[in-house]
Ligand binder design. Structure first.
Ligand code: PLP
Length: 400
């Protein structure tokens, strides 16, 4: 640990196109400079030179745990409690299935309307597969605490709302869930690499997250799952793949879960993609998350002030108090889509979430105050001259 994080150093570790102000690292982080060479090395020196021997020789088989431990450091998870693989939607399903299985007498999954739709869809699909009468109860984010009662089996929440950036209090809600006899599944997609997280300190039961947002692992980079040490030995995996088996190469006909979080592995890991993720995690090696949080709050506060001064028609959709949000700021505008397209055409990249949210993410690893002020200036100009109101900015693309 270097102590105080040197963000000019981390900035130099990213390959951003010139002239771009990137405020979308909360959707897809930019490529670390070292990622291309790391992937090339994996292909050339490992796959190319060692062929199948690389599973042992290059440590491919233990990579999901090794990478899991590196992520664990960023989310307050002890060694050996995080493993990497699959997509986040799959990890949500696995964690929720495991949690429900540990609370067999109850039928309610409690979540909120700020949760990411895929998490709710996965819960719904799991309920149908189980066919045991479970119910998904969805309340407003502010109503979650009061909705925790003794009918709840599992509290399943995304810590930072993907749309508004609203931040739940993980420790307080987990304590409340435990007091009511429920378990918790936390989705850290918009938390890992965005703000300090302490899954063990908060006594979370399960946590999951992705690595392509603030962790900069690249498109389709694998997800991670955390299980509390006290629970891991009791977990019966619903997706019981061979690599989660105690002894995959015994090729037993019967499943025996691997030790600890290993049992959350399913099948063959995405080795080449994980090489890019490893290069991305190197950037985090000297970084203190408290410095990231301090800088991220400075940047987001600056953005809110500059935007509100220049854009009176925009309505802040995020909590105003910075400690009540993650590392993003959102504004509402009835024509959010063309406004964002006009902004992107001028080099400021954010994104839109239906129906009317302009979303901006702040990643101090590669973003500074001058860029944030410039982004607000450009947004102010686009709104003032209505240059967003142009048919070419209204053409809808597949990804918003
Ligand atoms: C909070 C949250 N949960 C789940 C997902 C789904 O992740 P994946 O597409 O990797 O399954 C996302 C995707 O952005 C997300 O933001």
């Amino acid at each position: 640990m270097r102590g105080v994080t040197d963000f000019s150093l981390t900035r130099s570790m990213f390959a951003l196109p010139p002239g771009v102000i990137y405020l979308d690292g909360n959707s897809l982080g930019p490529p670390p400079v070292a990622a291309a060479e790391r992937v090339a090395r994996t292909m050339r020196d490992e796959w190319g030179a060692q062929l199948v021997g690389a599973w042992n020789g290059a440590g491919w088989m233990v990579q999901p745990r090794r990478v899991g431990d590196r992520i664990g450091r960023l989310i307050g998870a002890p060694e050996g409690t995080v493993v990497v693989g699959d997509t986040l939607s799959i990890k949500v399903y696995q964690a929720l299935a495991a949690a429900l299985d540990l609370v067999p007498g109850r039928r309610v999954i409690l979540s909120d309307s700020g949760n990411f739709p895929s998490d709710l869809y996965m819960a719904d699909g799991l309920i149908r597969s189980l066919g045991r009468g479970h119910e998904l109860r969805v309340v407003e984010p502010a109503a979650v605490a009061d909705a925790i009662d003794e009918s709840v089996a599992v509290l399943m929440l995304t810590e930072v709302d993907y749309r508004t950036g609203r931040l739940h209090d993980m420790a307080a809600l987990t304590a409340r869930a435990h007091a009511a006899g429920a378990l918790t599944v936390w989705d850290l997609a918009h938390s890992a690499g965005a703000l300090p997280v302490d899954v063990a300190g908060a006594d979370a039961d399960f946590a999951v997250g992705c690595t392509y947002k603030y962790l900069n692992g690249g498109p389709g980079a694998p997800a991670f799952v955390y299980v509390a040490e006290r629970l891991a030995p009791r977990v019966r995996p619903a997706l019981a793949g061979w690599l989660g088996h105690e002894e995959p190469f015994a090729f037993d006909l019967d499943y025996r879960p691997g030790s600890g979080v290993e049992r959350f592995r399913v099948g063959t890991p995405p080795v080449i993609g994980m090489a890019a993720l490893e290069a991305a995690l190197d950037v985090w090696d000297g970084v203190d998350m408290r410095d990231v949080r301090r800088a991220s709050i400075e940047l987001s506060e600056l953005f809110v002030a500059e935007v509100e001064r220049r854009c009176p028609t925009l309505e802040l959709a995020s909590p105003r108090y910075p400690n009540a949000r993650g590392s993003q700021v959102s504004f509402r505008h009835p024509d959010a889509y063309p406004v964002m397209q006009a902004l992107i055409a001028r080099g400021v990249v954010g994104d839109v979430r239906a129906p009317d949210v302009l979303r901006f993410g702040f990643a101090p690893l590669y973003l500074g105050a001058a860029e944030v002020t410039a982004a607000a200036e450009i947004l102010g100009r686009i709104l003032a001259d209505r240059s967003w109101d142009d048919p070419r900015h209204r053409r809808r693309a597949l990804v918003t």
